[in-house]
Design a binder for this molecule. Sequence first.
Ligand SMILES: [Zn+2]
Ligand SMILES: [Zn+2]
Length: 125
Amino acid sequence: MENRQLCPVCGSHPVASAIKEEPREGLRYLHCSLCETEWHMVRATCTNCYGDDEVYLWAEQEKEAPVRIESCGHCHGYTKMLFTNLDPKLDPAVDDLLTMHYDQHLAEKGFKPTTVNPYLLAHEE
Ligand SMILES: [Zn+2]
Ligand SMILES: [Zn+2]
């Protein structure tokens, strides 16, 4: 059974995770795809199955890349991590789309997104 993180306000899926400096450095928030609410979720824990022993954070190139992926070896889910403490201009829905090559790469490895992009949903119907 899946136990996904859903928005506490409207019940929608998050679009991505954002790492922020405030109120404490490096806190992770999930960003709602619909109403833009952000809620706190501990880092290094899968947002889909709550597993914490096979969570892996990786970047395509640089170590300090502002967009990285947190993947889970248990449920094969992944979430994008936007390090807004490194790049304050990051926008979860927009930068998710700009990094779709990450998704392709993960799909090839058998991983599935645990997040939903509102722009892609709008184009699907
Ligand atoms: Zn919401
Ligand atoms: Zn998981």
